[in-house]
Design a binder for this molecule. Structure first.
Ligand SMILES: C[S@@+](CC[C@H](N)C(=O)[O-])C[C@H]1O[C@@H](n2cnc3c(N)ncnc32)[C@H](O)[C@@H]1O
Length: 212
């Protein structure tokens, strides 16, 4: 991605999530069951977890409740502000402002890494670099969890869910859906160990074991 495009993306992201930050958690009850399912994929003995593009920490907090040592990173100051407020008493959570394309961590420093509902908010190249970075910072044989939209097989569900979701999603959502999450996994050489669909197959939770 050109330097100029990257700066435009960062500005867009900041503007989009400045508007969204205070409303984002209002819908969190709809996804609470999903957050818990995702947290249950991880054993609390698995130690250190990185939540990439953690936003307001809706998923981060569920990992933290399991007793894991969690680091959440995000680009948006406004989303992080909410996350910090929610988790101010959690001693096992660290929240940092960082770019997922350049994670400020050493190779293989986490047992598990997760990116939830964020790949569709990035241009393709940023998403791919993010997955490569997650592979780099996750230990060999560590778990990589990816949660995002997918295209339901049934045409009416696919059509109406896409029209509905487009009402609030960012400008990158359409391209993300056209590309499909499978293309990201293939390009980033992430093998799928397990995948489970939720919400009429509109959301997919993928677990991959880091083989790099
Ligand atoms: C829809 S929110 C999802 C937040 C959270 N993961 C969840 O499950 O609710 C998408 C988040 O991705 C973040 N994001 C987008 N691009 C990013 C990047 N390159 N680096 C870090 N965060 C990024 C945004 O700032 C936003 O907070």
């Amino acid at each position: 991605m050109e330097r100029i495009e990257k700066s435009v993306f960062i500005k867009n992201n900041s503007n989009t999530f400045r508007k969204w930050a205070k409303w984002y958690d209002l819908t969190s009850f709809i996804l609470l069951f999903l957050r818990k399912k995702v947290a249950d994929l991880v054993d609390s003995r698995q130690g250190k977890l990185l939540d990439v593009a953690c936003g307001t920490g809706a998923q981060t907090i569920e990992f933290a409740r399991k007793g894991l040592t969690v680091t959440g990173i995000d680009l948006s100051r406004d989303m992080l502000k909410i996350a910090r407020k929610k988790m101010r008493h959690a001693k096992n959570v660290k929240l940092l402002r960082a770019d997922s394309e350049k994670l400020p961590f050493r190779n293989r420093s986490f047992d598990v890494s997760c990116i939830s509902l964020a790949l569709h908010d990035m241009p393709y190249s940023v998403g791919l670099n993010t997955l490569h970075e997650m592979k780099r910072v996750t230990k060999e044989s560590g778990l990589i969890i990816i949660v995002d939209y997918t295209k339901p097989a049934l045409f009416p569900v696919a059509y109406f869910s896409r029209c509905l979701v487009k009402l609030w999603e960012s400008e990158y959502y359409d391209d993300f859906m056209k590309t499909g999450i499978e293309a990201y996994l293939h390009q980033a050489e992430l093998n799928v160990e397990r995948e489970v669909h939720y919400l009429l197959r509109t959301i997919k939770v993928i677990t991959s074991v880091n083989r790099s």
